[in-house]
Write a protein that binds this ligand. Structure first.
Ligand code: FMN
Length: 207
């Protein structure tokens, strides 16, 4: 793949919040999981555990009880990947680590696997959404999916055939976030104003 094709794929990926009724094939699910396998990750411990939720009743419970606000009753064909991490593995990063760097390495390793899966979904022509898991949602998912105590629920990823084509939200320009040879202090911005300008939560939803 050439760089322009890669950049196109990266630009093409959007967070998708509406899906149609067509189900995702098992082959495509397997390809998405294959993408996770190849993620860069701290010490190659590969601490992710990914639950593919395909069961209609469990999908219904996730939609109606765990993430209720976003879903109107509909015939969406999407499914969920509940991405977890085996916290026991944090102990096995090299001894130079601190508690903080163990936590960081564990979390970003799983994030890398997630990003790989989102890109694989995009390449398959599928939409996807990376969702935050709040404490009450993690507790409910743990119960619903029988997740052991030492396995942390990290994120929920929804994948399906997209039923919307959102415009990209505002993206920072390269010159705004890149610094050459030192931190360019003139680029420090009013963080509150910058975040209010960028955040999707302070603008009307696009569709
Ligand atoms: C760690 C993380 C958590 C997110 N949580 C949510 C979420 O809970 N709900 C949601 O609708 N989108 C969520 N998103 C998607 C972001 O809102 C989205 O990536 C961002 O607005 C940029 O839009 P884009 O993905 O279309 O480029 C999350 C993304 C990340 C990386």
């Amino acid at each position: 793949m050439d760089i322009e094709s890669l950049l196109s794929l990266l630009r093409e990926r959007r967070s998708i919040r509406r899906y149609d009724a067509k189900p995702v094939s098992d082959d495509d699910i397997k390809r998405i999981l294959e993408a996770a396998r190849w993620a860069p990750n701290g010490a190659n411990l590969q601490p992710w555990e990914i639950i593919v939720v395909k069961n209609d009743e469990k999908i219904r419970i996730i939609r109606e009880s765990i993430y209720p606000r976003r879903y109107a009753p509909s015939d969406e064909g999407s499914f969920f990947l509940v991405v977890c991490g085996d916290t026991r593995m944090k102990e096995y990063y090299p001894p130079v680590h601190t508690e903080e760097t163990r936590e960081y390495t564990f979390t970003v390793s799983i994030a890398a696997a997630i990003q790989n899966m989102l890109l694989a979904a995009t390449a398959l022509g599928l939409g996807s959404l990376w969702r935050t898991v709040l404490k009450n949602q993690a507790d409910a998912l743990r119960k619903l999916l029988d997740i052991p105590d030492f396995v942390r629920v990290m994120s929920v990823i929804e994948v399906g055939h997209s039923a919307e084509s959102p415009l990209p939200p505002p993206k920072r320009r390269i010159e705004e976030f890149s610094h050459v040879n030192q931190f360019e202090k003139e680029k420090i911005v009013d963080s509150k104003k910058a975040c209010l300008d960028r955040s999707i939560h302070y603008r009307p939803a696009r569709s």
